[in-house]
Design a protein around this ligand. Structure first.
Ligand code: UD1
Length: 353
């Protein structure tokens, strides 16, 4: 079986890691097309090294730009790249512009497309990711759903016959890294003492970064948490804070570059709480048993809300209260699989090939 993976953004590299490994172990041919959506060293190359992912066969180097420009350039680039490789499956991951461009290019060339992490829904069409998910699910021939909730969404949209529930491949990576990390403390900025309580924060979504007064409210609220707060900053957050003349450190928040993935897992594990607007971090906090506050009005991972392991609240002023709430007394449930989702994905691709 020959599989072409199309990836481009940081969370997709994490999903690619166990899938690439499982494809190789099963003796399948695998070609990686990197669209170049994320291009900074610590947003791209560093993850390939950290997670032992083979270097991309093709890098289209298309990053930044408006949604239309970015997706359009990727569509043309991926079409060309697909023409130079036959495939049994084109595999697309998650919900970024690279996902949409990959599924559309493949479907137009009559290539069979599988969507990994199918069926997630925020039911908020103002999110670019929601448009990408819905369009990709309807373009794809095989829908690899991480959870039963995701499979139920697909059923409601008439797609159940193409759906297989596999578990979540990010959980495979998270559990395996967590076992390797054990109780090792993370490498945090030098101004933070990892032996004392600290909170890990990431904020990158346009609705939280692009309005200067909202960004200021979020930074202020982070600074009011009575703990050391480490903000691992996506390049967009740094750029928007600079544009708005906001000095992150002046709010009492320790800013750092994005962490390597394994260092982020170590940091979440050792933290007292997570504050984020990322999808992956909500899940990682849940799996690692750390309370999470999600600065958004909704989540695609509702399983994390059980027993208030995760609280969704778009009101920045509530962050300090949420981030200091006591740890739930009930253990998180194994909602995302037991660490073998990538094998289930390969098995589904083989059986549908
Ligand atoms: C993208 C995904 C989002 C995902 C996030 C993970 C879409 C629509 N959004 O959002 O779902 O949660 O990745 O990080 O695909 N930039 C750099 N260097 C980089 C990458 C980005 O400086 O390596 C800056 C550029 O100014 C760029 C901006 O960040 O224009 C936004 O990057 P983009 O890839 O368009 O979207 P993300 O916000 O990263």
């Amino acid at each position: 079986m020959k599989v072409i993976s199309v990836v481009g953004a940081r969370p997709q590299f994490v999903k690619l890691a166990p899938v690439a490994n499982a494809l190789t172990s099963a003796g399948h041919e695998h070609v990686i097309i990197h669209t170049g959506q994320h291009y900074d060293h610590n947003m791209s190359e560093a993850l390939f090294t950290d997670l032992n992912i083979p270097a991309p066969n093709i890098n289209l180097r298309i990053g930044s730009g408006s949604h239309g420009v970015q997706t359009g350039l990727m569509l043309a680039g991926i079409e060309d790249a697909l023409r130079s490789h036959r495939s049994d499956w084109v595999l697309v991951y998650g919900d970024t512009n690279s996902t949409l461009a990959g599924s559309l290019a493949a479907a137009k060339l009559h290539r069979r497309v599988a969507h990994l992490e199918a069926g997630l829904r925020s039911l908020n069409r103002r999110m670019p990711e929601e448009i990408n998910r819905v369009a990709t699910d309807h373009l794809s021939d095989l829908l690899l759903a991480p959870t039963q909730t995701a499979a139920d969404h697909l059923k409601n949209e008439g797609l159940s016959e193409r759906t297989v529930v596999t578990g979540d491949v990010m959980t495979d990576v998270c559990l395996s890294l967590s076992a390797t990390i054990g109780s090792r403390l993370p490498a945090l900025p030098i101004t933070v003492d990892p032996r004392h309580p600290f909170v890990i924060a990431t904020i990158h979504r346009p609705e939280n970064t692009d309005d200067p007064s909202r960004l200021e409210r979020i930074l202020k609220a982070l600074g009011q948490i009575p703990r050391q707060v480490v903000l691992a900053a996506h390049p967009r957050l740094r750029a928007k804070a600079e544009e708005a003349n906001l000095d992150v450190e002046s709010f009492g928040v320790h800013i750092s570059d994005p962490f390597s993935y394994s260092e982020m897992i170590a940091a979440i594990k050792a933290s007292t709480s997570v504050v984020t607007d990322s999808g992956g971090m909500q899940k990682e906090a849940y799996i690692l048993g750390v309370p999470c506050t999600t600065v958004r009005p909704e989540t695609e991972w509702p399983e994390t809300l059980v027993d208030q392991w995760n609280i969704i609240d778009a009101n920045p002023d509530a962050i300090p209260t949420h981030a200091t709430r006591p740890i739930p007394t009930v253990q998180p449930r194994p909602a995302y699989g037991s660490g073998n989702a990538s094998e289930n994905v390969i098995h589904a691709l083989e059986s549908w090939a």
